[in-house]
Design a protein around this ligand. Sequence first.
Ligand code: NAP
Ligand code: GLV
Length: 320
Amino acid sequence: MSAATAKTTSPHPKILIAAAGEDDIWQKAMVARLPDADIVTQHENYDPVTIDYALLWKQPQGMLKTLSGLKAIFSLGAGVDHVLSAPSLPANVPVLRLEDAGMADQMVQYHLYAALHFLRDFDIYTRQQAKADWTQHDVARISKCRVGVMGLGALGAAVATAMTQIGFAVSGWSRTMKAIDGITTYAGSETLTEFLGQSDILICMLPRTPETEGVLNSNTLSQLPKNAAIINAARGAMIVEADLLRLLDTGHLRGAFLDVAITEPLPESHPFWDHPKIRVTPHIAAATRIEESVDQIAENIDRITRGETPRGLVDRKTGY
Ligand code: NAP
Ligand code: GLV
C-alpha cells in the first residue's frame, strides 16, 4: 500500500477480534494497549459495517463478507493462508501478517532439538530402546552434517543462523536471493535440485502458497541424499504425505519430524502417529506471543493512520 492510497482512520478505531478460542485474551491485551479503541469480539453485538480492523485466526466462514468498511486485516499468526483462502476476502483490503512477534526464538528451539535428534541418532536409539538394544553408534561430526533451510524469512533466517552457530553446514533456499552470514544461499526453482542434493537435514520454513503447496513430493524428496531427514513446522500442505511415507518405507529417507499436517488435529487413524520413523508434535513449534503481537498491531494501526506503509504487508500475488 502506498502512502497515497492509504486510507486514514479515526483515533478511535473499531476493532473486531475473531481468534478461535482466544478472543477474550486478545481483547484484554488489545484494550490495555489501545485504550481509546472500540474493541469487540466476534461473540459480542457489533455493527459489521463500522469495523475498521479485523484481527483474525481461523475466522468463521463468511465473516469477512459482512465487514464492508475494513481498512486492514491482521493475521494473528505468521501465516496468512487462513485469511487468503477465505472466499469472502475483499480484494482491496491490505492483509498484514505478524513478523517474528516472539516466534523466531521458539522456532529456533524447535529446530535445534529436531536437528540434533537426527544428528545424534536419537531416532535410532528410541527404536533400540523398545527392543532393549544397547548398540552404540559413531557420533557424526556436526560440521559434516548439511542442513538445508527452505524459506529464509522472519523465521527461516533465524533458524538457519542458529544452525550455523552450533556448527552445522547450512544452506538456504528462497524465492529471491538472500545474503546471510555463514550460509550458502540459493534462490528460485531452477536451483532447487542443487539445494536439495546437499541437504542431509531438510527444514521447511516456507509459507503455504499456490507455488509451495506439494513442493515436497516424490520427485523433490528423492533428490535429497539417501538417508536424509526432514523437519516440517511450516504447513502440512507443503508435503505430499503419501510420497513422504513411501520414501520413508523404501529407506530413501531416514526420518521426519513434523509439527504440521494437512488435516489438523491429525486424525487418530493417521499413519503418521505410529510410524517408527516419524515424530509428531501438535502444531506447537512457535506460538504467537500476545504482548509482542499487540505492539506490532498497534504500531501498524498507527502507521496506517498516518498514511504510511504498514509492516508485514502481504503481497496478494505471491501469497505471503
Ligand atoms: P516469511 O517471513 O514470509 O518468509 C517466507 C520465506 O519463504 C521467504 O524467504 C520467501 O522468499 C520464501 N518463499 C516463499 N515462497 C517461495 C517459493 N515459491 N520458493 C522459494 N522460497 C519461497 O514467513 P515466516 O514468518 O518466516 O513464516 C514461515 C511460515 O512458518 C509461515 O507462513 C507459517 O506457515 C509457518 N509457521 C508455523 C508455526 C508453527 O507453530 N508450526 C508458527 C509460525 C509460522 P523471499 O525471501 O525471497 O521472499
Ligand atoms: C502458526 O502456525 C502461524 O502461522 O503463526
